[in-house]
Design a binder for this molecule. Structure first.
Ligand code: ZN
Length: 220
């Protein structure tokens, strides 16, 4: 370690904060300065167009893990993704006591009319690790991860990487327990997309198959 932060090229928008900043707030301040001096001007017209409202095509649901950066790994920008993040990228089954994810689904699908819901899991997920090891967790974490037990049952005796991937597919199944999601999928108006990111390489990949009406033809 030299203590020197590599200076990113001018066009590299996904560069991490400088590691040598004095405090967490200084890192935030430095990041804001970088954004306002380098990127904000380029996006000014785009932001102005978005001021009247948003029309994202995707509800993008992923883990809160800091290593997963939705806009970076999807090459998207302001207005593209309606993002929901939580520990383990979980979608609690409909009517099982969670209203946060349910409210986001209602808004994204019912009000914004998104055309796809992407669930993006990732390797080395702390939530899946804790689940697999049966860690002794705080009450809040334990109560939340109850929503992931179906993923564990889906891949019994499996390793971490497989569990992280199966967890994505389980959340897509859970999405189909929401009447508004099932309805739109059945009408061919909504696609459910499984995605995965390898944190060691930063590589995103789309997993198959997707949940969509078999007769849907969109020219692909
Ligand atoms: Zn995670």
């Amino acid at each position: 370690m030299t203590g020197q932060s590599p200076r990113p090229p001018e066009d590299f928008t996904g560069a991490p904060w400088p590691a040598d900043a004095a405090s967490p707030t200084d890192r935030l301040r430095a990041g804001i300065r970088t954004y306002t001096t380098r990127d904000a001007a380029r996006l000014r017209d785009h932001h102005a167009r978005l001021a009247d409202g948003q029309a994202p095509t995707h509800l993008f649901l992923t883990c809160a893990d800091s290593r997963v950066v939705p806009s970076l790994i999807t090459g998207s920008g302001p207005g593209d993704l309606f993002v929901v993040r939580n520990i383990g990228n979980l979608v609690p089954v409909h009517d099982r006591g969670d209203v946060s994810v349910a409210a986001a689904i209602d808004f994204a699908v019912g009000v914004l009319g998104v055309q796809a819901i992407t669930v993006c899991g990732h390797s080395r997920c702390g939530a899946m690790t804790a689940l697999l090891r049966g860690d002794d967790l705080t009450p809040a974490l334990r109560d939340w991860l109850i929503h992931a037990e179906s993923s564990l049952r889906r891949a019994p005796g499996t390793g971490l990487d497989r569990l992280c991937r199966e967890n994505v597919h389980q959340q897509l199944d859970n999405l189909m327990t929401y009447p508004i999601v099932r309805e739109r999928v059945d009408r061919g108006e909504l696609e459910l997309v499984p995605m995965f990111m390898d944190v060691a390489t930063g590589t995103p990949e789309l997993l198959g198959p997707t949940h969509q009406r078999a007769t849907t033809a969109r020219g692909r």
